[in-house]
Design a protein around this ligand. Sequence first.
Ligand code: DCP
Ligand code: CA
Length: 350
Amino acid sequence: MPFIIFIDFDYFYAQVEEIMDPSIKDKPVVVCVYSGRTENSGAVATSNYIARSIGIKSGMPLPQAMNIGKDKAVFIPIRKDFYKEFSDRVMNTISTYSDKMEIASIDEAYLDVTGECSTFQDAVKLGEEIKEEIFKEYGMKVSAGISINKAIAKILGDMAKPDGLKYIDESMVEEFLNTLEVKKIPGIGSILSKKLNDAGIKYLKDILGANRQAMIEILGNARYNYLVEIAENRYNSPVEERIRKNYGRYITLPENTRDTNIIMPLLRKAVDSAFSKAPGLPGEISAIGIMEDLNIVSRSYTGGRISLESAYGIATGLMGKILEADSRKLRRIGVRIGKMSSNESLDNFF
Ligand code: DCP
Ligand code: CA
């Protein structure tokens, strides 16, 4: 069975605004899309949880939100490019945990960590580590769901909000599916779930006993099949690699350590792996150390076309410098290569 981690950033746009200006953190924060028609026309893109608790939610018309928020809420115009860039950085950090990653939206990602983990418990630990690292590095809270397929992982991630983590392993799946309400399933909004409720369907499992034609009428063929697959625990849509190419490789050490007998062989392995992904030889190589307190330290070398053989020595030297300058233990190590002189692009050029 695969191990899948789903990550969703909490109240994303509004949280970015809080991170940029912590003084607004204890107020309702509302990110607004102004339509420009009249001064206050537009809608709420998203809001923080304090704003949600007083009823200001995504999609609400601005005049209504302003009426509720009045003088206590902070209204901020949307700055999409800035959030996109923030998202790219967080996604980059997440991508260091597995080579199989699917970025599903600006604030959602799936990781297949089957290859990184020998037990489900390892996958849960990795999920906790990802949450911790994102918070440490960016001050951002995310929620995580961990299970044996993407659908259940996402359902759990949604249930874990905010700032939570939930998991269901193989042995718990059946019981989980037996009591799962259909409205909790991604893609089943309030309109569909009302229609299903009217047809006597409250739980996902009810669909299996219902009249097939009647269900298809409400759901359509594709969605019906999708729900049946989840309900019968046959859903296995793979994590599809959708990610900006990153010629890096990070490895979590078996324990926090400064022992070069443990670190350097794994560093060589990271070099091998980074080179195997790259289309040509790099002009730059960095060694990265993620410390026991999750602070990140890196050292880089630039020059010429670096061969795999020389990369081992360079990376080892860089890691040596990291250890020399620091007294902390290392938790993870990484190698990143860049400034590629790609054979491919030369071919295209000539
Ligand atoms: N978004 C938007 N308009 C909407 C819904 C969402 O512009 N009607 C944007 C703003 C959100 C981002 O997409 O920050 C992600 O959407 P989510 O549904 O994941 O919502 P949030 O991240 O805001 O909240 P949650 O904590 O529920 O994930
Ligand atoms: Ca979100």
